[in-house]
Ligand binder design. Structure first.
Ligand code: SF4
Length: 254
């Protein structure tokens, strides 16, 4: 195990057997969920927009839609997209256009970094203990005023409780402190909500020393679980979109 990321941690917490199928057994995936593909394509368009704005380029909104479409095309090249009831490619494309248009006109501080990659040691700041597996990830957006932003796509708007216990924002805040030797000014989630009338909701949160402690112990426990081979199915709403439902059915505890 050469690193751990927030998406790996979230997946292990949600269903450790799915983590094993995905990251250890690397089983082929018979399809990709539309939600995942949509989120990736929207992220690609936003990253492109921010990189251009960082360089001072004023890009037209039409070009933004084209980046979404190009990424969507790439997403479906080698796999089938599994749609939810009432969804299809054309509807999602209209949804993406509406959401990107809403975001495009939002006032924004000049970006300082987009998709900022990091690999950093996981250190317990209280005891100095360092885990033998580093934390890897990407910060979606760092603004010039040192605000960290994470982009999400969701079917229903996120609530305040979810954002206050948000693993990714804690990790990104910690990473920011390690990389830049200062605290971020604020932590934001920009939620692209795929409701009938699409909307963008911005939520803000704060993290403190206790959140970092909690994150360290969570990462430590998850790494121990993975290294010890602790994997089991956890039935939840995620099962209906799971690419591994067949191997899950024949799971015999090994
Ligand atoms: S079907 Fe459900 S329980 Fe089985 S691996 Fe997938 S998410 Fe886990």
């Amino acid at each position: 195990m050469d690193h751990i990321s927030c998406s790996q941690m979230n997946l292990y917490l949600n269903c450790s057997l799915k983590y094993k199928f995905n990251y250890i057994d690397k089983l082929p995936k018979p399809f990709k969920s539309s939600g995942l593909a949509f989120g990736s394509s929207l992220h690609a368009a936003l990253a492109w927009l921010h990189e251009n704005r960082m360089r001072g380029n004023d890009v037209p909104v039409d070009k933004l839609y084209k980046i979404y479409n190009a990424d969507w095309y790439a997403q479906k090249l080698n796999t089938e997209i599994s749609y939810k009831d009432g969804e299809n490619e054309a509807r999602l494309s209209i949804m993406a256009k509406e959401l990107l248009s809403l975001y495009y006109v939002k006032p924004q501080v000049k970006p300082k970094g987009a998709e900022v990659a990091f690999t950093i040691p996981l250190v317990n700041k209280e005891t100095g203990e360092t885990l033998d597996v580093p934390l890897e990830g990407f910060i979606d957006l760092i603004e010039n005023d040192n605000t960290i932003t994470e982009f999400k796509t969701s079917a229903q708007k996120m609530n305040g409780d979810t954002v206050n216990d948000h693993l990714q924002l804690t990790a990104y805040s910690y990473a920011y402190e390690v990389l830049y030797n200062r605290q971020p000014t604020r932590l934001k989630i920009v939620d692209f909500v795929k409701t009938k009338k699409p909307k963008i909701i911005t939520l803000q949160t704060e993290v403190d020393k206790l959140d970092y402690q909690r994150f360290f112990h969570l990462a430590s426990g998850i790494i121990k679980g993975i290294k010890s081979g602790v994997f089991f199915p956890k039935k939840s709403f995620m099962c209906k979109d799971c690419e591994f439902s067949e191997p899950c059915k024949s799971w015999k505890g090994n």
